[in-house]
Ligand binder design. Structure first.
Ligand code: SF4
Length: 425
């Protein structure tokens, strides 16, 4: 979502006559688009703002802006710590960026807009990082208030975009040569719940699948287990462009912890969903997010999470230790665990999951897969990089002209996070 927001901010600047330069120290405008989801992300921004003091001293007319979730939640506190910030722009108001720049230039004092009320108007990004795959926001905000999560406080309640506007954006992407779209929302499964359109997420997928010439692949993120419907599971099996990958955050394997997290489902419900998905789409890849060390998590609760991991055998799991976010109920709960307990549990979980991931990746050796070539391997420009339909990154040798094409590749080697392959003739 933040990457997509950065594309929106860049588009607004380009529309207003600005262009990118490589050396940020010489920029007229420098924006930090921030994330609040974990403490580490916030600390990174604070460290960067410290360092930018010198840059601002050398070039005082540079406009330094902080956008996104941290701008929304920290507001004036940021200005107190870093008085040289010129613009603070919240998540619901991105479209106001040009106005804030004007306000700052005219008034000479810092301009702030972190209103919770979303601005009128939509911005369809014109500047995109990739020419092959595109993010398409289908809804903003979240109504779920998981007890550990800051998102509903910084991105507001759910607002679905109209299906017509989404379709138009995707059609244009197809016409411009894009092959893949990833539909974005904090909880895409509740798409349409807030609108009068009577179109739910499964309907939206069907509409896009049928009306997106040029687009070959549809992905989406993120899903919430409590809102995954049988209709959606059926759509996964039936719609040809929808990829065989489902990211379904479990967060924990213990019902006690799931309840404290206010997740609204049980481990039994979660396992049932996975079984149904696998029955409908046998080669589906399932990925997840897991948190260890949630307040009050006992050794038994933790073992339940390990048990879930062994039972489901996720293709990939993004594992985190609990990071208290100020203003959320979980930050104030009794039973906060020491860091060393969280770390030990995290390592134990990673050890088990890594073995599962590598085994699953190795099982793909010898298989032929359709790959959408996205670009060059960032670590070895002589190689191309692309993705299978089940969302594995594959590196292989090939001509640069293949970028943007669908090719077939035989998988020859597998690591934890990526595969290697050979182009089939
Ligand atoms: S559903 Fe996701 S974004 Fe919404 S509160 Fe829960 S974790 Fe946060």
């Amino acid at each position: 979502m933040n990457k997509c927001d950065s594309e929106v901010l860049a588009s607004l600047l380009v529309e207003n006559g600005y262009s990118y330069i490589d050396d940020f120290q010489k920029a007229d405008i420098l924006l930090l688009n921030t994330c609040s989801v974990r403490d580490t992300a916030e600390r990174k921004v604070l460290g960067r703002l410290e360092r930018l003091k010198q840059v601002k001293e050398k070039k005082p007319d540079m406009i330094l802006g902080v956008c996104g979730c941290m701008a929304q939640s920290w507001e004036k506190e940021l200005l107190k710590r870093f008085p040289y910030i010129d613009i603070i722009l919240g998540t619901n108001r991105l479209i106001e960026l040009p106005n804030l720049i004007r306000e700052r230039l005219n008034s000479g004092v810092s301009a702030i807009d972190v209103l919770e009320m979303p601005s009128n108007g939509e911005i369809i990004p014109k500047v995109r990082e990739s020419k092959v795959t595109a993010w398409v926001t289908i809804m903003h905000g979240c109504n779920n208030f998981c007890s550990y999560c800051i998102v509903p406080y910084v991105r507001g309640r759910e607002r679905s975009r109209s299906s017509e506007s989404i379709l138009q954006e995707i059609k244009k992407l197809g016409e411009s040569g894009y092959k893949e779209v990833t539909l974005l929302g904090q909880n895409v499964n509740s798409y349409g719940f807030d609108s009068d359109e009577k179109i739910d997420f499964a309907d939206l997928l069907a509409l896009i699948d049928a009306n997106s010439p040029g687009i070959e692949r549809i992905r989406f993120t993120t899903s919430h287990p409590k809102d995954v419907s049988s209709k959606l599971i059926d759509a996964m099996g039936e719609l040809p462009k929808v990829c065989n990958h489902f990211h379904l955050p479990a967060q924990a394997g213990s019902n006690n912890i799931l309840e404290k997290m206010n997740r609204g489902y049980t481990r039994e419900h979660y396992i049932n969903l996975i079984d149904k998905l696998r029955a409908k789409v046998p080669d589906i890849s399932i990925t997840t997010d897991l948190i260890v060390g949630f307040p009050g998590e006992t050794e038994e609760d933790f073992q339940d999470t390990l048990d879930l991991v062994r039972r489901v055998e996720f293709d990939v799991a993004f594992c985190f230790r609990f990071s208290p976010r100020r203003g959320t109920p979980a930050a104030k709960m009794d039973g906060q665990l020491p860091e060393e307990v969280k770390m030990r549990r995290l390592y134990e979980l990673l050890e088990i999951q890594d073995k599962i991931s590598i085994e699953k990746n190795r099982a793909m050796i010898g298989q032929i897969h359709e790959i959408l070539v996205e670009g060059q391997n960032p670590k070895d420009k002589s190689q191309l990089s692309g993705r299978t339909r089940n969302n594995r990154i594959v590196f292989f040798t090939g001509d640069i002209d293949l970028i943007g094409q669908l090719v077939t590749v035989e998988i020859t080697d597998a690591g934890n996070w990526s595969l290697r392959g050979e182009l089939c003739s």
